[in-house]
Design a protein around this ligand. Structure first.
Ligand code: ADP
Length: 181
């Protein structure tokens, strides 16, 4: 499903982010940038050792922030490793930290002059952030970024399950009412 916001494209797709051709794909990383399961494992497996080599040089990334590396063998040019919060019930700053992980990723993309970026649903897998709460935070952070001056022309949300995809489409429709195409 494709939407338009501030003259830019916002796409919601059901699929595997390691297959997406974009200037950058975002990884749902951990503070140690060590790789792991879920989307993180899939990105390192598909992209090869060059990504981990750069992660090791960088070292760590605090929750709510993000760092950028090569994308190795992936069809993207860069991987932005964003660290979302672990869900601890919702009163430990999780919404703000999640928004900050998206904002930092978008800022890095802009600083590198990138035109397209693809996001997975950060924190909603192993980190336990409820998807229905995370989804509007993700979409609003993107819309607020697109409302300002940015190099980005296309933002893609890549959802791995059909249920998550449908939640995102409905939420994007609500937040962009009248602008769906
Ligand atoms: P976190 O630790 O931040 O919760 P996870 O990787 O466990 O990260 O889950 C984040 C989201 O990524 C989940 O919704 C999961 O379904 C999704 N996911 C897993 N593999 C992929 C993939 N290859 N492409 C896109 N999304 C994926």
């Amino acid at each position: 499903m494709e939407f338009e916001a501030y003259g830019r494209k916002v796409e919601v797709i059901h699929g595997d982010i390691t297959k997406v051709e974009a200037d950058a794909i975002v990884n749902a990383a951990n503070e140690g940038l060590r790789g792991g399961g879920g989307v993180d494992g899939a990105i390192h497996r598909a992209g090869g050792g060059a990504i981990m080599a750069e992660c090791r040089k960088i070292g760590r990334c605090p929750t709510g922030s993000a760092v950028i590396t090569t994308a190795g063998r992936l069809p993207a040019r860069y991987v932005i490793h964003a660290v979302g919060p672990i869900w601890r019930g919702g009163n430990s700053g999780e919404p703000e930290l999640l928004r900050s992980a998206y904002e930092t990723s978008l800022r890095l993309a802009k600083e590198h002059g990138l035109k397209s970026i693809a996001f997975p649903s950060i924190s909603t897998g192993a980190y336990g952030f409820p998807l229905e709460k995370a989804c509007p935070i993700a979409i609003k952070a993107v819309l607020d970024h697109l409302a300002g001056k940015t190099s980005l022309e296309r933002v893609i949300f890549v959802l791995f399950t059909k249920d998550d995809y449908e939640t995102y489409v409905n939420q994007a429709r609500d937040l962009l009412s009248g602008r769906a195409s």
